[in-house]
Design a protein around this ligand. Structure first.
Ligand code: ADP
Length: 541
């Protein structure tokens, strides 16, 4: 007999709590058919029950997978809850993936029905013929905006749910029931599916709202700018209703600095989260328009390293504390967080404090972490030794969905693919990806550090560094640079820029000026493509 109740950690329990306790709190969205839709959590969850009835009516059953091609808005929120709480799997798909990746993951995920935003109907019209298992499509709009579409068996979202009542008996689910599916963008090989469970989602949610993480409260107004197709929008669509924070969603306007600024000021946003690109877009708009963002007191940067300009400009010019999160699809995504600092760190001189705040942060409780060398030997946390980052914990992947290969190492740890050092205070700093680190003469050179150094040159717009085979050193760094428009630089000037800024033996062996660099569908530099493109490169003698 277990001495305490073994209540199941389900999203259904979160939803019921949110409806009862935080029912009057507002949810505000921008959608393709409405510039500002607003209702309450209570309204939302009533519609979630109508949708759950509709899901059964169109023949969906527990265990089925339902896909979404959608931005952050209230209808997407309703689908999240109706699908997962019905015991089905909500498969969120990144519309920016390449068509062949979309085809692969819809079929591999065995998606039965697809919910699609108005703006993405043309994308699916061009792809539905390669999705033989999909039985029908629901366009996320009302009758007035329903397009004339060539999608087979297409329904209008509002018409579909209008046919059903808001009475629904939720099934009792085991906490390990799969709830959502998200594929990694697959920089090597096919995309791999990460299946979240009700339990992993809830535990991640508890961890993320802690004061030293998002610190989410009933007094907050949250604006998740990270897409809901990217690791469940970092969980904010669960943690906001759980805490009673008002939720504001920017729909298709995610990258628009003006919309973000308007939403922040009109809805009194206090906290937000997104990748560096959206913060650069907002900073640019603020600078050009002279606007301010008084209500915003903190924001989280994640998905990629936080550039100094984001950290510094928001803090000094707009009074916003910039916090950083590190994680990945396989981690739900939270791994480390850099927010409030312990006294040992906050008492450091300003320049050292800033350096600490730009690191990826400390592991949150629930994430066990180690860094290892090439022989899988744990390295010291001295802030210098860099090794492969391995993690384990209750919201970390155990097994990729329907996958033949091995997901964990022989000791049950997940290897993240990142290389980092960890300092005495527990702050982790990413120095590279395992596959991108440059192995020169038995030592590791960080390609990311060299790229950061290069882009700090005022004439450089973008830079990439890859390790290329070298007869003496095994690999040496090759620097590729795109210059700012109208600027010019010589090879010697560019390479000279590194002197005194990095160790002498780190300085790139050669520099090439290029017009473009290849990127992945999620906007990251594609080192794999760069290496392929320069396969015939040879070092100057
Ligand atoms: P994918 O692996 O498909 O590109 P993810 O969103 O899962 O997509 O990306 C996770 C990776 O992004 C991490 O392994 C890490 O390399 C990088 N990343 C995430 N957050 C940060 C951060 N704060 N700083 C540096 N890199 C980050």
């Amino acid at each position: 007999m277990i001495p305490m109740m073994n209540s199941q950690l389900t999203i259904t329990s979160l939803m019921k709590h949110a409806e009862q306790i935080n029912g009057a709190v507002e949810v505000v969205s921008v959608t393709a058919d409405n510039p500002r839709h607003r209702y309450t959590y209570r309204d939302a969850f009533a519609r979630v029950r109508q949708l759950a009835n509709a899901l059964s009516a169109i023949g969906l059953e527990q265990g089925d997978t339902v896909a979404t091609f959608a931005w952050n808005d209230y209808r997407h929120l309703e689908i999240y809850y109706a699908v997962s709480c019905s015991g089905m799997v909500c498969h969120t798909i990144n519309p920016r993936l390449f068509p062949e990746q979309i085809e692969y993951i819809v079929n591999h995920g065995r998606d039965k029905w697809i919910f699609v935003d108005l703006t993405m109907v043309p994308l699916l019209e061009s792809l539905h013929h390669v999705m033989p298992e999909v039985k029908g499509f629901v366009v996320m709009t009302d009758q007035a905006h329903m397009p004339d579409t060539s999608l087979p068996n297409a329904h209008c979202y509002e018409a579909l749910i209008a046919e059903h009542t808001a009475e629904f008996e939720w099934p009792d689910l085991d906490e390990n029931t799969p709830s959502a599916l998200c594929y990694t963008s697959g920089t090597t090989g096919n995309p791999k599916g990460v299946m979240y469970t009700h339990r992993s989602t809830l535990l991640h949610c508890y961890a993320s709202i802690a004061p030293d993480v998002f610190g989410l409260s009933v007094t907050d107004v949250a604006l998740p700018i990270v897409p809901m197709f990217h690791v469940n929008g970092w969980g904010l669509v669960y943690s906001a209703p759980m805490t009673g924070a008002k939720l504001v969603m920017p729909g298709p306007k995610m990258g628009c600095g003006e919309t973000l600024c308007t939403l922040i000021n009109e809805e009194k946003i206090t906290v937000s989260a997104g990748v560096p690109t959206v913060w650069l877009a907002l900073l640019d708009y603020l600078k050009k328009s002279g606007s301010t963002i008084e209500s915003l007191n903190r924001l989280t940067v994640g998905g990629a390293a936080c550039p100094f300009v984001i950290y510094d400009d928001f803090r000094t010019k707009y009074g916003v504390d910039v916090q950083q999160g590190w994680g990945m699809t396989e981690m739900n995504p939270l791994g480390t967080f850099n927010g409030n600092a312990p006294e040992t760190v906050s008492a450091l001189p300003a320049d050292q404090y800033d350096k600490m705040r730009l690191k990826q942060g400390r592991p949150v409780f629930g994430v066990e972490m180690k860094i290892v060398d090439a022989d899988n030997k744990a390295l010291p946390w001295d802030g210098i030794s860099a090794g492969a980052v391995k993690v384990r914990g209750p919201w970390i992947i155990n097994e990729y969905y329907n996958y033949d290969g091995q997901t964990l190492d022989d000791d049950g740890w997940f290897e993240t693919g990142d290389v980092a050092c960890i300092d005495e205070y527990g702050y982790m700093q990413i120095t590279d990806r395992v596959k991108d680190v440059i192995k020169s003469g038995g030592e590791w050179i960080s390609s990311i550090e060299l790229e950061n150094c290069a882009v700090n040159h005022p004439k450089v717009a973008e830079a990439a560094v890859v390790g290329m085979p070298h007869p003496t050193w095994s690999e040496r760094p090759l620097l590729l640079v795109i210059l700012q428009e109208g600027e010019s630089l010589t090879r010697e000037e560019m390479l000279g820029w590194f002197e005194g800024k990095v160790a002498k033996w780190w300085i790139p062996e050669e520099c090439l000026f290029v017009d473009t660099l290849p990127h992945t569908a999620t906007g990251k530099l594609s080192k794999k493509d760069i290496r392929a493109q320069y396969a015939d490169f040879s070092w100057p003698s």
